[in-house]
Design a protein around this ligand. Structure first.
Ligand code: FUB
Length: 329
């Protein structure tokens, strides 16, 4: 406990010019195991590799103590050359950047196309009841980002298979080798649709995929010719996955990757290859003083494949990853 408190304080010193959770300038820090960020609560990680750097995008849990619901108003961006030395970039995106959105800066993902960076986000819509997906764009992975459409890309009235109002959340995006982009998303059902090359319009119907005990948080990635669709399974959430030789399926369910992440009902993974290793990025509820399902923290551990392409179970650790260089610690 003493160690945790000291660690909390030491990063707070590095960030001494910051009001809690609101960076006025970039913040540089070295992660010291899991959770990797110890001066604010971060959730719903998504990551992207671009020009030798990892860019990590997260939500920001801001619920007051003892408030047991998501209070989330902005998204954050961190970069690292080695998965250990990190820079937080001054708040790149806020719910207020979407004039049509009411609140709830939920899960998101950024992807690059032709030198532009598209940030897909889940939010609460102001006038169309329910959750919606928007997209912001920037010329830089660290922003500034602006609303790319001036309206939502997906609204609750566009999907009818599920009746609850939060089925349109948790966007994940992939550009396939032939240049076709796809958006996957959903709570209680996994939706997907093609995107036009402008990345801000659908290019065809919304379809759905049947996956065992699917809850939310789809993440699409490709590795050695296999497509992987990982997702939050049951509730409290484990992470499971399916594999396919084609992004349009059929998807074959393969099992659990990650167990329930300590002290958090949700788990929310991103998977990236970076400098020869594969990383499993997720959140748990391990950071004092208010750790839990509504005060979550991003963690990173290794992910390993078997020879046949299936994924070994992730071992969640407090030590985290060593980074890509021998001299980072
Ligand atoms: O952070 C709000 C919601 O919790 C996300 O959209 C889900 O994936 C879960 O992590």
């Amino acid at each position: 406990m003493l160690f945790k408190i000291l660690r909390y304080c030491s990063v707070a010193l590095v960030s001494c010019s910051l009001a809690y959770g609101h960076a006025s300038r970039d913040t540089v820090f070295k992660s010291n195991g899991n959770p990797i960020i110890t001066y604010k609560y971060t959730a719903d990680p998504a990551a992207m590799v671009y020009k030798g750097q990892v860019y990590l995008y997260t939500g920001h849990d801001e619920a007051p103590k003892n408030v047991n619901r998501y209070v989330m108003h902005n998204w954050t961006c961190f970069s690292s050359p080695d998965m250990v030395n990190w820079t937080e970039h001054n708040i790149p995106l806020n719910i207020k950047d979407f004039a049509w959105a009411k609140d709830d800066a939920w899960a998101s993902q950024v992807i690059e196309r032709n030198g532009k960076f598209y940030w897909y986000v889940a939010v609460e819509h102001t006038t169309i009841p329910g959750k919606a997906i928007g997209v912001a764009v920037s010329d830089s992975p660290t922003g500034p980002f602006k609303d790319a459409r001036g309206s939502a890309l997906i609204t609750n009235d566009m999907t009818t298979e599920k009746k609850h109002r939060w089925d349109n959340i948790d966007p994940t995006v992939m550009i396939d080798d032939d240049g076709q982009a796809y958006l996957f998303w959903g709570n209680g059902i996994c939706y997907y649709a093609r995107l036009k090359s402008n990345m801000i319009e659908l290019d065809g119907p919304i379809k759905s995929i049947v996956l065992p005990k699917y809850t939310e948080a789809p993440w699409i990635h490709k590795h050695n010719g296999w497509y992987y669709l990982s997702y939050a399974y049951e509730f409290p959430e484990k992470i499971a996955y399916a594999m396919s030789r084609n992004i349009n399926g059929p998807w074959v369910y393969k099992g659990i990757i990650n167990e329930i992440a300590g002290n958090s009902n949700t788990n929310h993974q991103a998977i990236i290859d970076f400098k020869g290793k594969t990383y499993f990025i997720y959140h748990n509820g391990a950071l004092v003083p208010d750790a839990g399902s509504f005060h979550r923290s991003v963690c990173i551990d290794y992910l390993y494949y078997n020879k046949d392409g299936t994924i070994k179970r992730v071992i969640m650790t407090s030590e985290g990853v060593e980074g890509t260089k021998n001299n980072v610690k």
